[in-house]
Design a protein around this ligand. Sequence first.
Ligand code: CTP
Length: 273
Amino acid sequence: AVVRNLETLRRDGILIMPSGAGYLACGINGAGRLPEPEDIKAYLDDFFAKRDGDLRGRRILVTAGGTREAIDPVRFIGNYSSGKMGFALADECAARGARVILVSGPVQLRTHYPVYRYFGVESAGEMFEAATSLFDDADAVIMAAAVADYTPEQVADRKIKREKTGDMSLHLKPTRDIAAHLGEMKKQHPGKVLVGFALETNDEQHNAEDKLNRKNLDFIVLNSLNDKGAGFRYDTNKISIIDRNGKKDYPLKSKAEVAADIVDHLAEVMKRE
Ligand code: CTP
């Protein structure tokens, strides 16, 4: 019940400081102690120092997680995205004082810092509608979501039954590219900053540069599935940041540290805009 209640508070945008761990009044050891006063003070100092940070007053839209494309009422096409990178970015931006609007596919995550608005979506189409309608309210957009590129042309309204024999095929149609669409919209709003991701398995740099230009992004974060510990489901990531001035490589780090590197770069670009 306590866990449920804490979750309700978090969803209402309340920041919860983690409890201390140790010997508890009920006679067991574990998490649940009132933190020491000096730890509470350190936590608050850190919170307020960051909230006066370099993104204070900036409005940042973050897309996160993977999308689900329905096949029938019980099945969908999805991907391995956990949403961790997008949530780490939302957290980092919120911690540094930004007003974060987070649009996410279904995930089992929460932010530690309160976000300004949260929109849960399922499909690429829903994410497109949310992101494009929120674009006007954003100074920058970080597109960390793994958006489906194809969706079933028709969604069966009843569960598809197993056929007695033979193969089965689904006809898929392309989804709309959110990043490319926002890149088009940016032509009317040149001050906005667009950040994309590229997860590649081969010709990494070439593909990433192509996406940077094709989608009219300010910079793109490249992670390769060939790097150990990088990409889906891991808590670590290894990235390169590519913009029109070149490429910068970073070592393997936790997703929170990677988020700080990306947001440092974003803050620099926003300062120039
Ligand atoms: N993206 C998007 N909308 C889509 C597909 C991708 O906004 N329908 C965004 C992703 O969030 C990411 C960037 O575009 O920031 C690159 O995504 P990726 O899947 O690597 O690129 P694609 O254009 O889909 O190219 P491909 O799948 O051929 O590599």
